[in-house]
Design a protein around this ligand. Sequence first.
Ligand code: NAP
Length: 387
Amino acid sequence: MPVSSRVSHFSKDQPLFTHVVENRPLSTPESEKDTRHFVITLAGSGLTYQAGDSLGVVPTNREAEVDELIERLQTTGGEAIRLPRGTETLPLREALQRRLALAGPTRRTLEVLLNRTTVPAERSRIESLLSPGTDELLERYLEERHFVDLLADFPGVRLAPQEFVDLLRRLTPRLYSIASSPRLHPDEVHLTISVVRYTANERERHGVCSTYLADRVALGETPVMVFPVESHFRLPEDPARDVIMIGPGTGIAPFRAFLQERAATVASGRNWLFFGEQRRAHDFLYENELEAWRASGHLARLDLAFSRDQEERIYVQHRMRESAAELWRWLAAGACLYVCGDAKRMAKDVEAALHQIVSAQGGLSPEAAADFVKQLKKDKRYQRDVY
Ligand code: NAP
């Protein structure tokens, strides 16, 4: 049976329990990042996916953070609590470990704490954070803190476990673009994840799901809950169409899937990849695979932008501009263009570069170039998977 026609019954509410079977670094220890390749086994599960889909992963919180919360709440963790906006009851520790988000306190959290501290100095500190005209200060204060930091900042606060739980949101699954094609890896899902670790407010911070997979899941042992999420991000139906893929950083993930898919289906269209990262020696994710595809011609073009290998920053959109004429020829001949990765800066700058290229190479006014790009989107020849 063709892979795409099988229906998978797994979902957020009915995830697959499986294992991570591989966790290997893609960046070197000298890199400023810790980007990893994970393999999750699907063997015997019936879970199916298509190139371009994402995988939902249900994480758990760090035990050290849960322990500290329980200690600061001066409880045992065994108290039965009710999950917010629901009727399900379970022990506090389990709820903190598996069901509740421990990051993201809000103004309302501080408003509640204000009425729960008996210490005058703490009251006035909270009042000054909430006072009118200090929005920026408050925003920065909250951004740098998890709930446990607020309890540490205001030890005079007294909250019953249920009152504390009522301040929290549910822990939600994280979605990652799948980095493998089911035609090549029907029994596996591959993920490309940059492990989020940084310091804020003098504490080490850990991205919930990336450090869950990197640090807290034992290979082949810890049960992990995953489910496929169907995407709009799809290769062209016509295998003869050319594709242009722009995927710096972890944005490479779905393009590794696309390239595997196009190799497995012997698609005759050409493939052009723009990839960027900080340093060639430390951050060239999937270097061997990409270079092999370039050598074999499966990648007609591989344009690389290592931003920090020279004084001035060079990004994928600079490489696009350098090859503007060729890029326009591909587009004018019907190529599909895909962008994946950082939404805030990269995707915007790449879109601006695309407009300029279309305008300059196509001899179009900025308005006509904008219409051209709009039409590309409508025709599903310009698709984005940005986060
Ligand atoms: P990334 O942070 O996107 O970095 C990949 C490459 O893109 C690096 O060479 C980076 O250069 C470069 N880059 C930076 N700004 C760019 C721009 N405006 N246009 C084009 N390229 C640009 O890769 P990642 O580690 O995979 O991170 C992706 C994840 O981190 C996403 O979740 C993303 O949203 C998030 N992130 C967001 C920000 C942000 O402030 N929006 C920052 C970092 C990460 P340099 O690093 O040398 O500038």
